[in-house]
Ligand binder design. Structure first.
Ligand SMILES: [Zn+2]
Length: 498
């Protein structure tokens, strides 16, 4: 994600990013609840979002069907089918789900009882499920785009339809799921909408069926995906197609009436992908594209294979071209860092946002003449303040309820990019570049932790970097910058601190 300033006439500021956590709970937190106990919300013990995710199963695939009624003022009808494998004996199955009404639930084709507890849907199958069994859960429900949940995220209402913005904890406001990036799965998404609308989701098209004034569009992912990265777009959209490096199919989704004005930006994607491939290696997915929505969001989001952007980013004349392009590269680089390699916990968010910010700044340097070192020196000056407010990059503070910025604070964006710069200063450019390539290759289509990154960096540089990283990722104060002993924290409103 990238939070972007939308104040006309202000100077572009560096975007903020999120952080990551360490997640320990999985098997340990599985407790079998006696069937007579009241249904309770469960989680997998993420330090930042304790109730996200659920113990006792691993989702293999989601099949999501939505029927859009042609207005944003009514709920969509939906069917969610989950194929999962149990990792414990289960009397009950918890899914994360809120903000929709559940009509019925089946487990392996048999009706199951269900109840709501907090933001969990608690399902009691007729027979308990044994550890290691495959199970299919079918939930018929509504999915409500109206802003009645009192919280952000999930469906995003646009001028001509809907899109989704689920990061970090809002996919379960759209569909029942195991809503944590540690449980990635394959997705099939079907959207039925009245004729005149176009629907697009992550992955490649897998069929279009027209009947009775409605069209059903089907899409399928070819790589596992975290729930937070699911994208479902329906609107009066144009879908221009083109070809990227090595024949990669590209498709963008834009409001049809603004297509001509947006086309010059869409044309930039193939060269940006080639630039990223030159830095870190092959693009990790089956397709890419930009979804430009006609609404003010205040952020951009790296939904897998189809990044979400607000149209205003491309039409606001105050933004210099290099700035807009560097934000495009921020979301593009997330396809490697954050999407293909997902954070194991939300405290690991700096691995997403630190890297996306790094390539954003690097692109601005190479293509926009904005020196990276100058940017890093300025970031160094305020880094201690970021740490005091949001916590260090790899141990972010728990967000306050209702705080719109949530976990997406400067410490995990520029603060984490600063840590990557310190690493490059420490181990040298060749080792740093080898590390980046190895990281996205080794953990492709998986999840990874901060410790994994520290271990790989140590291995590739041939030295133990655990102490170095401890200060940069977990310290209350920013360590000295290797190679720049003159860099100092700057006090708010004053000169450098003594
Ligand atoms: Zn981001």
């Amino acid at each position: 994600m990238l939070l972007t300033s939308r104040v006309r006439g202000t100077r572009p500021t560096a975007p903020r990013r999120p952080r990551r956590t360490a997640l320990l709970a999985s098997a340990v937190s599985v407790c079998l609840v006696a069937a007579s106990a009241p249904p309770a919300p469960l989680g997998i013990g993420d330090r930042l979002f304790p109730h996200l995710g659920n113990p006792g199963y691993d989702v293999a695939s989601y099949d999501l069907s939505f029927t859009y009624p042609g207005t944003n003022d009514k709920p969509l009808q939906a069917v969610t089918t989950i194929d999962a494998r149990t990792t414990a004996d289960l009397d009950r199955i918890n899914l994360d789900f809120a903000h929709g009404k559940v009509g019925s639930v089946e487990v392996d084709g048999e009706p199951a009882s269900f109840a709501t507890a907090g933001e969990d849907l608690v399902i009691t199958p007729g027979e308990p499920l044994a550890e290691g069994s495959r199970t299919r859960i079918t939930v018929r429900h509504t999915s409500d785009p109206r802003d009645t949940a009192g919280r952000d995220g999930g469906w995003l209402r646009t001028a001509d339809g809907l899109a989704t913005a689920n990061q970090a904890d809002a996919a379960h406001l759209v569909f029942p799921c195991n809503d944590h990036p540690s449980d990635k799965a394959f997705f099939t998404v079907r959207i039925t909408a009245p004729d005149g609308y176009t629907a697009v989701a992550n992955g490649l098209p897998a069929g279009v069926h027209r009947a009775g004034g409605r069209t059903t569009w089907t899409y399928r992912t070819q790589h596992p995906m975290a729930t937070e990265l699911a994208q479902v777009s329906v609107g009066r959209s144009a879908v221009p197609r083109r070809t990227g490096p090595h024949g990669l199919p590209l498709r963008d989704v834009v409001p049809a009436k603004h297509r001509a004005a947006l086309e010059p930006w869409l044309r930039k994607t193939p060269a940006q992908i080639a630039w990223m491939e030159g830095k870190v290696g092959p693009y990790p997915f089956e397709t890419y594209g930009l979804l430009m929505v006609d609404t003010a969001t205040g952020f951009e989001l790296e939904t897998q294979t189809l990044s979400l952007f607000e149209k205003g980013l491309f039409t606001e004349p105050a933004y210099p071209r290099w700035y807009v392009e560097s934000i495009m590269v921020h979301e593009l680089s997330h396809q490697w860092f954050g999407d293909s390699v997902s954070p194991r916990t939300w405290s690991d968010l700096w691995l997403n946002e630190g890297h996306a910010t790094w390539y954003q700044i690097l692109y601005a340097e190479e293509k926009g003449g904005r020196p990276l070192e100058k940017h890093m020196k300025a970031a160094y000056g305020v880094s201690d303040r970021w740490r005091a407010t949001g916590g260090p990059p790899a141990a972010p503070k728990v967000p306050k309820p209702g705080n719109k910025v949530g976990i997406f604070r400067p410490s995990v964006y520029d603060g984490a990019a600063l840590a990557l710069y310190a690493l490059r200063q420490k181990i040298g450019r060749p080792a740093f570049e080898r590390l980046e390539r190895a990281w996205v290759s080794l953990y492709r289509d998986g999840t990874a932790t901060t410790d994994d990154f520290v271990r790989l960096a140590s291995q590739i540089s041939g030295r133990d970097l655990s102490g170095f990283f401890h200060g940069w990722l977990y310290g209350a104060k920013t360590p000295p910058m290797p190679g720049h002993p003159d860099w100092k924290p700057v006090r708010a409103g004053r000169g450098p601190a003594k």
